[in-house]
Design a protein around this ligand. Structure first.
Ligand code: SF4
Length: 370
């Protein structure tokens, strides 16, 4: 079903505005149960808008002040989105996936092992902890990886067997199309690559599901070949911020991995995974200027790396909970130009085999590639 989008800015502009300002809900129980904290799109809900499923902040402090309100769904499951009282669009909330009803033999709910992102992505955090988390001097200031663990909504580490069981069920029951495996950084050597290898191997042994692995650049480039051989189809190594002073302030621990190491690692990873199968996440709104983000993106595109620029969302309980989300106008200085650059370079999100850039639900960027 195609849902109407009646706004001058069109669907891409409305998505960017909603992701910047958030959405208030008349009925908090609709859609897939949102998750507070954790890695990935915390404090968001998936929403079908136009032809896309996107993740919209709903439980953040700024979302509570949003001019956008979603009405209680009607008998057909359609909600109106009103801005300052005027209807600007209609949306639908995807239904809870069926694999959420299942538990492993030891009684662990499948949703504690992996969750549905957007409408067709299975996402898991292999290790729900990080060597840098728990110490404000080293932890990434935006990170909430420990919150869902503390809330009892996930388990500390997911075994390869559990991941395979859940992935198979999610494909069979809910037709998920690809899988994102991220991890807290367990050490300063392979930085999670070994965990990704054993997990991907186990999933691929039972189900043919494209997988994106996400980790920091490992100490040795041989890990890229090992990850590829284990069944990882695409790789994300996330810069998060690009200017040295922003990196140092926002990621006091992770910024010890120099930008030069990321750049070398991108080259080595592209040689293994191929052009357009390596990506990075850049959070817009943490202090980097639009010019800095676009300059870094240009450099990355030149290497064949997809720069997935996502609006920063302040998560409750993190050191940045009161940091403002980026204004729509700020995103407007980046996303349309970046979308045009990606199109010009023929480096397109839908051609990725798996991962966040392919999913695209956390940013309006893909809407500007066309
Ligand atoms: S873009 Fe990545 S983090 Fe966001 S919903 Fe999709 S898979 Fe999840």
């Amino acid at each position: 079903m195609t849902l109407s989008v009646q706004t001058k800015a069109g669907p891409a502009g409305l998505i960017a505005d909603l992701q910047s300002l958030g959405l208030r809900l008349e009925d908090n129980e609709v859609g897939i149960i949102g998750r507070r904290g954790g890695a990935g799109p915390s404090d968001h809900k998936a929403v079908n808008l136009g032809s896309r499923t996107v993740m919209i902040p709903i439980a953040t402090a700024s979302a509570c002040e949003s001019p956008f309100v979603a009405s209680r769904p009607d008998a057909n499951g359609i909600s109106e989105i009103r801005r300052d009282g005027i209807v600007v669009s209609h949306i639908e909330f995807p239904k809870q996936p069926r694999f959420y009803d299942l538990k492993t033999a030891d009684g662990t709910p499948y949703s504690y092992i992996a969750t549905l992102h957007s409408s067709d992505v299975l996402a898991t955090t292999l290790l729900q902890s990080c060597i840098r988390y728990g110490n404000r001097k080293t932890s990434c200031q935006f990170c909430a990886i420990g919150q869902s663990l503390a809330a009892g909504k996930t388990i500390l580490s997911k075994t390869p067997e559990q991941l395979a069981e859940v992935a198979k069920a999610a494909v069979e029951l809910d037709k998920v199309k690809h899988m994102v495996m991220t991890t807290g950084t367990p050490n300063l050597t392979d930085r999670g690559a070994a965990l990704l290898c054993e997990s991907a191997e186990s999933v691929k042994a039972v189900v043919d599901l494209p997988i994106q692995g996400q980790c920091e650049p490992p100490d040795e480039d041989i890990w890229f070949e090992r990850m590829k051989a284990a069944g990882i189809d695409s790789l994300g190594m996330h810069l998060e911020a690009v200017l040295p002073e922003v990196r140092a302030r926002i990621m006091p621990g992770k910024s010890s991995v120099p930008l030069e190491r990321y750049m070398d690692a991108f080259d080595s990873a592209i040689a293994v995974f191929g052009r357009g199968q390596v990506s990075t996440y850049i959070l817009a709104g943490l202090g980097d200027t639009p010019e800095a983000i676009l300059a870094m993106s240009e450099q990355l595109i030149g290497k064949g790396v997809y720069p997935f620029v996502v609006p920063f969302v302040p998560i409750t309980g993190t050191p940045l909970e009161n940091h403002p989300a980026p204004a729509p106008a700020f995103l407007g200085q980046i996303l349309p130009k970046l979308g045009a650059m990606l199109k010009q370079a023929n480096l397109l999100s839908h051609e990725m085999k798996a991962g966040c850039a392919k999913c695209g639900a956390c940013s309006a960027l893909a809407s500007y590639e066309v």
